[in-house]
Every structure is written in structure tokens, then in C-alpha cells.
Design a protein around this ligand. Structure first.
Ligand code: MLT
Length: 429
């Protein structure tokens, strides 16, 4: 018997043994909700396409305006706070192990005073490893039968975490999940949903400034949302991860600027986008004392129970960095970092507008949302990659209402943004 045949016999025997084992010992059942998910998470899928493109075109100089990942170095003030904190851990006096799961009291209070102007208290702020993991964990607060509403398009974590935790039905022939209330947010409705049409939602995910459309809701719009939640006994999960990008002082930076919001809203936020902590990791969630479940119990207490059970507290080093980011120097540097990315956004937006594309966002947000006429999103994505060697994010990855759009992220070095704009002008005229 030659070697190849021998190997084949081995494989056949192994399969027979596996077959027998399967008959005797039952294998572990897969979480049936995982099977409902239609594809991999959006950003790894984009990365895969980028890698395949590079294999075919190894000399291509790709510019990534896809995932919203920060590119500029941490400021010296924050870097010093991080390195001092790390150095202290290397000393007998300075070493500390576990901290409070809710975060350093000093940081919770500083977030309450500096970010929320003391509209919330430190006790209501829970520091964490980021807004995205908090969004996943927040799902544990609610029963399987909670009716979930989300903006369409939306940050994919809202829907995917709802699916994983069994809060949706199956994927249907409209390419959406059953038992989810999709709220279209498009240029036609000024990116704000018609709340009269959505029926009764228990949980509403709402992101402003919005990822992906870049739209920032006005005070009047958010007041409508809060009024809806009050009338329908709903809870809003307000994602404010991009709030520092709000330039226009008439626009609300937090849901807690809206009257009555503390009775109906939870807010998640993050140090990732304003100070470049995407890798350092640090975020927070505000759960107000006024927010209650139908049995009168405090949502904050259940959140505390969840966080003290499955989370061990944010990194002590990161928290020291965040404290530095919230002192006067840190806040000034934060504004400078945000302005840098907003200037990038302006450069991209202006170029796309000059090329005649319908373009939204980018003024109070790091994202620019562009309709590519005559093309579906993935086709436009491939076209942009092939012709201009620019990675974007296809709008369809954020939901059905994103079809035909591309999202440009403004996180990038200025020279790359300028080069990207040159290429857009050359290839997309
Ligand atoms: C995005 O590109 O949508 C976000 O940066 C991804 C994230 O923050 O998780």
C-alpha cells in the first residue's frame, strides 16, 4: 500500500471511530442563536477582503478609512500618567491588585462632574473596559421577551448581541431578524425615526452622533425619544461614544441633557475615540438611580450585580490615564485630538461633495456617510478598493437601510487623508 492509500485508510478509520463515539456520547449542543447569525462580524470580514486584495496586489498602498480606529499617538500628558501608574505597580508601596468592579471612585466622580456637568452622580457611573463590551453585557439586564428597537443602519453590536442572547427570532426573507423593530434612519427622514410607526418597544438602542451615518440628533429629537420612552415604559440605551465630536453647541452631548431622561435612559460612552484608548481600553456606563423595572427595583442594582459578577474592574493603569485626560490639560489635549480628526472629516467630506456625491455627517462626527449612486454597498466597497486602494465600510453591513452607502472614517494620519482625497479625485470623477 502506498503512503497516500495508507493515510486514506487512517482517515476512514478515524471517521468510523468518530461516528461510533457520536452514537454513544452525545456532543454538546451549539447555542442555537449563534446559528442565526448570518455572517462573521463586519470588521473582520472587511479585513479579510483587504488581505485577499493585498495577496493579489502585494504592492498596493492601501489607505484604511474603514474601521473607526484611532491613529494618532496618545498625548504626552496621558502617556506620562499611564507610565507613572505602571511604574508604581512595580513598587511595594504602589502595588495594587483588584480594584472596585465599578471603577475608581475618583474617576467615577470626575466623569460625573467633567462629562455630565454633575447631572449624574459618581455612584451612577460604572467604569468598564469599553462601550462595546458594556453593550453586550447590558443585554443581560432584560428578559428574552423584551421587544428591541434599533436604528437602521446601526452599529452591528446591538443586533448581533441581541441575536446571541436569544432576543430575536430567525433571519427572515427581508434580510432582517424577526421580533426586532427596525427604525429606518435615512436622509429622507433626517436620520431620525418616525416613532409613531414603531409600536411598543421595550428597549431602544440609539446612537448619537450616529455610527455609521454621522447624524447628530437635536434636543427636540431626543426629547421626542424620551417622551416616547416615558409613554411606553421603554428603556433607551443611548450610545454616546462619539459625543466629544459634537462641535455645534446647540446639539446635546448626552441624553441626560434632556428633561426626564434619567427615568428612562442608560448611557454608554468611551475614552476610545476622544483620546485614542481603542487599544488601552476604557469606557463607562451611566445607570441613573431613577431608572426602575416594572417591579420597582432599581436597574442600577442589577447592573451592579452583573458587573461585580462577570467583570473584575477596568485596568488600574488605564483608569489613571483617564483621570489625566479629565484634568484641565487633558481636556485641552482631548479637544485638540478631536479637532484633528474633525479636520480630516472635513477634508474627506468636501472632496466627496465636490465630486458630486450625496454626503452626510462629518461635521459633528468622525464618520462620513455617502450614497454611491448605481452601486450596491459591497460593489462600491470593492470598486473603491480596486480603483483607489482605499478601504471603506459598506453601508449594508450596518443594516438594510445602509444599502447603497459607504462609510468613510476620518481616523487617519493627515498625509494619508490627503493622499486618499487625491486618489478619490483621480479615480472617482
Ligand atoms: C466602527 O468602526 O464602527 C467602530 O470603530 C468599531 C468599534 O468601535 O467597535
Amino acid at each position: 500500500m502506498n503512503r497516500e492509500n495508507k493515510n486514506n485508510v487512517k482517515i476512514i478509520n478515524k471517521n468510523k471511530i468518530n461516528l461510533k463515539l457520536n452514537n454513544i456520547v452525545k456532543m454538546v449542543k451549539r447555542n442555537k442563536n449563534m446559528a442565526k447569525l448570518q455572517a462573521g462580524y463586519l470588521f473582520p470580514e472587511i479585513n479579510k477582503r483587504k488581505k485577499e486584495f493585498l495577496q493579489r496586489n502585494p504592492d498596493a498602498k492601501i489607505i484604511s478609512l474603514g474601521i473607526g480606529d484611532t491613529t494618532e499617538p496618545l498625548t504626552p500628558h496621558i502617556t506620562k500618567a499611564l507610565s507613572d501608574a505602571a511604574a508604581r505597580l512595580g513598587t511595594d508601596e504602589g502595588y495594587s491588585g483588584y480594584g472596585d468592579e465599578q471603577g475608581l471612585t475618583e474617576l467615577r466622580e470626575k466623569i460625573a462632574s467633567k462629562i455630565y456637568n454633575s447631572k449624574v452622580s459618581g455612584e451612577e457611573v460604572f467604569v468598564s473596559d469599553g462601550a462595546k463590551p458594556d453593550i453586550g453585557r447590558l443585554q443581560l439586564l432584560f428578559g428574552d421577551d423584551a421587544a428591541i428597537a434599533l436604528q437602521d443602519p446601526a452599529y452591528p453590536v446591538y443586533i448581533d448581541s441581541s441575536v446571541m442572547l436569544g432576543k430575536t427570532g430567525n433571519y427572515n426573507n427581508k434580510n432582517q431578524f424577526d421580533n426586532i423593530i427596525y427604525m429606518p434612519c435615512t436622509p429622507e427622514n433626517d436620520f431620525f425615526p418616525d416613532l409613531e410607526k414603531i409600536g411598543k418597544a421595550d428597549i431602544i438602542f440609539f446612537c448619537s452622533p450616529n455610527n455609521p451615518t454621522g447624524a447628530a440628533a437635536t434636543k427636540e429629537q431626543l426629547q421626542q425619544l424620551v417622551d416616547y420612552a416615558k409613554k411606553n415604559s421603554s428603556i433607551i440605551i443611548f450610545d454616546a461614544a462619539y459625543s466629544e465630536y459634537i462641535n455645534d453647541e446647540n446639539l446635546p452631548k448626552t441624553i441626560f441633557e434632556i428633561e426626564g431622561a434619567k427615568e428612562v435612559a442608560i448611557e454608554v460612552n468611551s475614552f476610545s475615540k476622544p483620546i485614542g484608548f481603542t487599544g488601552v481600553r476604557l469606557g463607562w456606563t451611566v445607570v441613573p438611580n431613577e431608572l426602575k423595572f416594572d417591579d420597582g427595583s432599581l436597574v442600577r442594582e442589577d447592573w451592579n450585580r452583573i458587573m461585580t459578577t462577570i467583570f473584575n474592574g477596568a485596568s488600574n493603569i488605564s483608569q489613571k490615564g483617564a483621570l489625566a485626560a479629565l484634568d484641565d490639560k487633558g481636556l485641552q489635549e482631548m479637544r485638540e485630538t478631536v479637532s484633528y480628526y474633525l479636520e480630516n472629516a472635513k477634508i474627506i467630506r468636501t472632496a466627496l461633495q465636490e465630486l458630486g456625491y450625496d454626503t452626510y455627517g462629518g461635521d459633528n462626527s468622525p464618520y462620513i456617510w455617502t450614497r454611491i449612486k448605481g452601486m450596491k454597498s459591497w460593489e462600491a466597497f470593492d470598486n473603491m478598493l480596486n480603483k483607489a486602494n482605499i478601504v471603506t465600510t459598506p453601508g449594508i453591513g450596518f443594516g438594510q437601510s445602509g444599502e447603497g452607502f459607504l462609510r468613510f472614517s476620518s481616523f487617519g494620519h493627515r498625509k494619508d487623508i490627503e493622499e486618499a482625497v487625491k486618489r478619490l479625485k483621480l479615480h472617482l470623477k
